[in-house]
Design a protein around this ligand. Sequence first.
Ligand code: DAT
Ligand code: MG
Length: 138
Amino acid sequence: TTIEETLVLVKPDGVARGLTGEILRRIEAKGYSLVDLRLVEADRDLLAQHYAEHEGKPFFEPLIEFMESGPSVAIRLAGNRVIEGFRSLAGTTDPTTAAPGTIRGDLGRDWGLKVQQNLVHGSDSPESAARELALWFA
Ligand code: DAT
Ligand code: MG
């Protein structure tokens, strides 16, 4: 067993569409534990740090603007191999091609959808999880 913690975000599109409960339902049904949870109006400084690896890419600015457009739900989530496990629940980045059965594949709305509007974020490694949890749960 490898008990880990990860940062999950229900992004502004998920909160605005009223999908927070459905996303939490899937997370809890899988057996992961909610350790902490808060509604956050992220500012540019937090978001630029959170997405520092993408600075300079063409989608960086639209991504930050989208993430500033409304509150996100930040979740400190614990469980066995939860970092990899949550990313599997979430599905691949683009909701158009994310597998059915995943959060992005089932709930991504494909009408004028932008790739950044993909409902959730999950840390991609133990190093990212530690860094991101410190940012969002400072
Ligand atoms: P993930 O969220 O699956 O870890 P990522 O870290 O590569 O994906 O990118 C961060 C976010 O940026 C992603 O959730 C949506 C957005 N994004 C990624 N690639 C994109 C692209 N090619 N065009 C527009 N937005 C993109
Ligand atoms: Mg990522």
